[in-house]
Design a binder for this molecule. Structure first.
Ligand code: SAM
Length: 290
């Protein structure tokens, strides 16, 4: 039985890395008028209240989105991708200088997409799926919702129509076998949709369990535009998730020019709030020459 609820963790530093990257990928896909397809395999509830009892229990947003939000409220000049992110947050918190409502990945994708784009969200948890359906009713763009297993759907829905687009794979990793089961499914999906961009998120914990995924990602075949890995670390976090990584298989051209300044600004915002932070990127596979 699934027990993870993202409402305890929404708006943490990993969400900021993930959601900035998602926006950067969608932004690059929108450089053409042609429609794109977005699949969110682990959708969560889509909308979160940062002042809820769950969020207040962990206070993870204080080391996540709130330092960046505060920089924007203080009128700091921020890179275009961060401005876009903040504008979406302002739409959800009209007229407020404090941040209460926070969008999860399917809601953010819905806010950022165009009429011609197709969005699909999968969720298996029996309560999260109800929240997801209800919250997405308010979203500015239709999202098809499936109560379905992520990795089964990831392969079954490939190749999508239209053929341009991306997938966000954002497991909770509460089932330990996920570390083994993920990459074979990603490999199958990539073989069926070689031009797709796949974003695979992973936590970095003291156990260093993520290294087996990084090692496996280096061996994936068919990633013609290469495999790029972004990592964000807050070294002063002593317990639990002190860092996370996002592996991008076939990242869109131009992504780094958009995302890197945004991560610099996020790092500075955390440092301004007296939290040490570092981000880095490494190509796990270089793009093929062809
Ligand atoms: N992507 C969301 C965001 O950025 O806002 C957060 C997703 S949360 C980290 C992971 C979600 O995956 C949880 O809501 C959990 O219920 C769901 N989940 C876990 N196992 C799943 C599975 N096998 N299939 C589909 N969803 C699953």
């Amino acid at each position: 039985m699934l027990s993870y609820r993202h409402g305890f963790h929404a708006g943490n530093h990993a969400d900021v890395l993930k959601h900035l990257t998602l926006l950067a990928v969608l932004e690059q896909l929108q450089r053409k008028q042609k429609p794109y397809y977005y699949l969110d395999t682990h959708a969560g509830a889509a909308l979160y209240a940062l002042d809820s009892a769950w969020a207040q229990q962990t206070q993870e947003a204080k080391r996540g989105i709130l330092p960046l939000w505060d920089q924007a409220q203080q009128g700091q000049k921020l890179p275009p991708l961060v401005q876009t992110y903040i504008q979406h947050l302002q739409v959800l918190n009209p007229g407020s200088t404090s941040l209460h409502a926070y969008p999860g990945s399917p809601y953010l994708a819905a806010m950022h997409s165009r009429e011609q784009d197709t969005l699909v969200a999968l969720e298996l948890h029996s309560q999260e799926i109800d929240q997801l359906k209800m919250n997405l009713c308010q979203a500015p763009h239709k999202v098809q919702v499936h109560h379905r297993d992520a990795l089964e759907g990831l392969v079954a829905l490939m190749p999508p129509v239209p053929r341009r687009g991306c997938v966000l794979i954002d497991p909770a990793y509460e089932v330990k076998s996920e570390y083994q089961s993920l990459l074979p499914k990603v490999q199958k999906a990539l073989a069926l949709w070689p031009q797709g961009c796949f974003m695979l998120w992973m936590p970095i914990l003291a156990s260093q369990a993520h290294l087996q995924l990084i090692k496996g990602a280096r061996k994936l075949s068919g990633a013609h535009s290469g495999i790029l890995c972004y990592e964000l670390e807050l070294p002063d976090i002593e317990q639990g998730m002190y860092a996370s990584a996002l592996v991008l298989i076939n990242p869109p051209w131009g992504l780094e020019a958009l995302l890197d300044p945004a991560l610099d600004a996020y790092q500075q915002a955390l440092e301004h709030a007296h939290m040490r932070a570092h981000w880095k990127k490494v190509w796990l596979q270089q793009p093929s020459a062809a």
